[in-house]
Design a binder for this molecule. Structure first.
Ligand SMILES: Cc1ncc(COP(=O)(O)O)c(C=O)c1O
Length: 410
């Protein structure tokens, strides 16, 4: 490997000289599975073999007893909350830095999203803030393993156990991530994953939930299928609770199954690249590198750094990196979820009263999350990134940081 820290330091040329490598997502493996799915003569999950095999395969991969496939990561979290019996007026604690997919299901259950603050360097939910947010109305915690880094699951599950609150893990960004040697998604009561187009593995859109609890697995299945019980081979249409139609088709199941076989290699390549990136960025002026949660082996969905605002700001760094040909996004989702109009204007529904309207959502609620978003830049990661990409990224970042900090050294 050449030394990105020193090569080209005196040159005015952009650090990044060629486009970043990209791995081919889909290929012969997916085509073979798709062909087999079509040849079954049915694309319905309860009649074909692909979704069932995906569920068994994925549950086996993470070490869970049961898997239930569904249509998206959002659907996976909704399925979990339905199965847990989350009801109107209940409170559900989650992260202020996440995709709306973590929050939409809470609102659809008529429940109240409550936001816990984050750890400043791991960007995951601070268990102390979660505990402080628990009230007699708290019925679940939806923990978000942001960017492929695990929450402090030991502390978080201890808090949930202590208060008798179920723990749902949102692993949409954390396929392949482990905590103390065990897959994330298997620490709580239910683990939820997304197969959307941008995740580690994908089938275009899709999701899966895992659990060790047989009764919960039955409820999860019913929650994805209008509460119709098909275990006897014939749909029993006497729903006992409100489910949804979140059924995965055999086509999605086929592609997701082929993708599962690629996961270990995808995660391995991301780990290697990002570990090296962190090692070589160490000491760059003004940069706060991501801190891995102790006990976690992360799977790096993206690489999020923060800047020391005493030295330079995130927008200036993003601009400098753009000029180096190393595109990064400043501020990730912009502002915390609770500052979206849906919360500040109470506009989730057009008419009628919803329990979340009784709560005030405003800037300042989670100061650490707000600091993170104000000072962060995100580098997208792909398992197809090469050694050259690494050298040039390191050069671009170190050179920009040195220039903005006025240190003159890389
Ligand atoms: C943390 C998190 N949770 C949930 C979701 C929702 O997943 P989907 O887009 O598959 O509904 C996403 C998607 O980006 C996510 O990043």
């Amino acid at each position: 490997m050449s030394n990105g820290e020193t090569t080209g330091s005196a040159s005015n040329a952009r650090a990044k000289t060629t486009p970043y490598g990209r791995a081919q997502r889909y290929g012969d493996e997916e085509l073979k599975e798709l062909k087999e799915a079509l040849e079954q003569g049915t694309l319905f999950y309860a009649q074909g073999a692909k979704v069932r095999r995906l569920e068994e395969t994925y549950a086996g991969m993470v070490g869970a007893r049961y898997g239930v496939a569904c249509t998206s990561g959002t659907a996976a979290i909704h399925t979990a909350l339905i199965a847990l019996g989350i009801s109107p007026g209940d409170e559900v604690i989650t992260s202020p830095i996440t995709d709306m997919g973590s929050v939409i299901p809470i609102l659809y259950q008529g429940a109240v999203p409550v936001f816990a603050d984050l750890d400043a360097r791991t960007y995951t939910m601070d268990p102390r803030s979660v505990e402080a947010a628990i009230t007699p109305n708290t019925r679940a915690v939806v923990a978000v393993h942001l960017a492929g880094n695990a929450c402090d699951l030991e502390a978080l599950s201890a808090v949930c156990r202590k208060h008798g609150v179920p723990l749902v893990e949102d692993c949409a960004q954390a396929f392949g991530c482990t905590y103390r040697g065990r897959a994330v998604g298997t620490w709580g009561d239910i683990g939820c994953y997304s197969f959307n187009e941008f995740k580690h593995i994908s089938c275009g859109d899709g999701g899966i939930v895992v659990t060790d609890d047989e009764e919960m697995a039955t409820r999860l299945r019913l929650a994805t299928d209008k509460c119709y019980d098909r275990r006897s081979g014939v749909a029993q249409r006497n729903p006992r609770f409100l489910g949804n139609n979140y059924r995965m088709t055999e086509l999605q199941g086929a592609v997701a199954l082929a993708q599962c076989r690629k996961l270990a290699s995808i995660v391995e390549r991301r780990r290697r690249w990002c570990a090296e990136l962190s090692r070589r960025l160490e000491g760059a002026p003004g940069l706060l590198l991501p801190v891995i949660t102790p006990g976690c082996d992360p799977s790096w969905w993206f690489y999020m750094m923060r800047v020391d605002e005493q030295v330079y700001d995130a927008d200036t760094l993003a601009q400098a990196l753009g000029q180096e040909g190393v595109p990064v996004g400043a501020h990730y989702i912009g502002t915390p979820v609770y500052t979206y109009p849906i919360f500040t204007e109470g506009s989730a529904f057009t008419r009628g009263h919803h329990a979340y309207l009784d709560r005030e959502y405003r800037a300042g609620m989670c100061p650490v999350a707000e600091d993170i978003l104000r000072t962060c830049v995100i580098l997208h990661i792909n398992e197809g990134y090469t050694e050259q990409d690494l050298d040039e990224t390191v050069l671009g970042i170190r050179r920009s940081a040195a220039k903005l900090a006025g240190t003159g050294t890389l």
